[in-house]
Design a protein around this ligand. Structure first.
Ligand SMILES: [Cu+2]
Length: 254
């Protein structure tokens, strides 16, 4: 009743308002999340029900001060060891299956983007277009992508561990110095989506924001032309975007 009175939707009340996925791969994660919650609610309702039933059925009665005491019931102890084990193995199996599918590299992408996470913003190197874009904590950059085209991401960091997270993609992956982390994803919804760093990485971690703009192929090509005409050609190496005094002053002015 409390849930109904609060005006929550079923998604908000039972699945904690997971956003509608904006990628072709997103439903895999959405199903895993919802499935885990359905299982958890089932176990929860059964457990709460049994507790309530025991509390009512075996409540204190007059003339019956001490109920029958049961100790060391072996079948019961085996049951409550085996049942949680089956549940954990179930969660593990579904997670492993879906993770394998989401992280599979098919290398049939239409383009590759190298994302550099650095203290404290992002560089996007569009490798096939030979252009780049870079942000600052005060001016978060925007990653443009054509809709319904598979993108391969290569994540790199020149300094500390960051995490590339686009909320509506239901996906994030750590950005680790000295290592190239990769994944492929197909954005399938037009619009602007919020992205952020999901790994506490220092002073301006909270300002390590970016946007993802998913557009038509024509708009994407136009944007690539715009970056080219601004002279942002080539690849911006990680070392060139480390935290500078310039950005320090910009930060303290806010
Ligand atoms: Cu970060």
């Amino acid at each position: 009743m409390a849930l109904v009175a609060s005006g929550c939707t079923a998604n908000e009340a039972f699945f904690f308002d997971l956003p509608e996925p904006a990628t072709a791969e997103g439903p895999i994660i959405q199903n895993l999340w919802n499935g885990a919650w359905i299982a958890a609610w089932g176990v929860g309702i059964l457990t709460w029900g049994l507790m309530l039933w025991a509390a009512i059925a075996y409540r204190r009665r007059k003339g019956n001060e001490t109920p029958k005491q049961t100790k060391y019931n072996l079948p019961l102890e085996i049951l409550y060891t085996i049942v949680p084990l089956i549940m954990i193995l179930g969660l593990f199996a579904f997670t492993a299956r879906d993770q394998t599918e989401v992280l599979a590299m098919e290398n049939d992408q239409s383009q590759t983007v190298n994302v550099v996470g650095f203290r404290w913003s992002w560089t996007f190197n569009y490798l096939d277009e030979d252009v780049y874009d870079v942000g600052t904590p005060g001016q978060p950059p925007t990653l443009w992508l054509p809709v319904d085209e598979k993108v391969k991401f290569e994540l790199t960091s020149p300094d500390v561990i960051h995490s590339f997270w686009v909320i509506d993609w239901l996906f994030k992956m750590d950005v680790i110095p000295g290592k190239v982390n990769q994944f492929e994803i197909t954005p399938n919804k037009l619009g602007t989506f919020v992205g952020r760093c999901a790994e506490l990485c220092g002073t301006d971690h909270a300002r390590m924001l970016f946007n993802v703009k998913v557009v038509s192929r024509a708009e994407f090509d136009q944007h690539m032309e715009d970056l080219r005409s601004k002279g942002q050609t080539g690849k911006l190496e990680s070392e060139r975007v480390s935290y500078t005094g310039e950005r320090e002053s910009e930060r303290t002015n806010i």
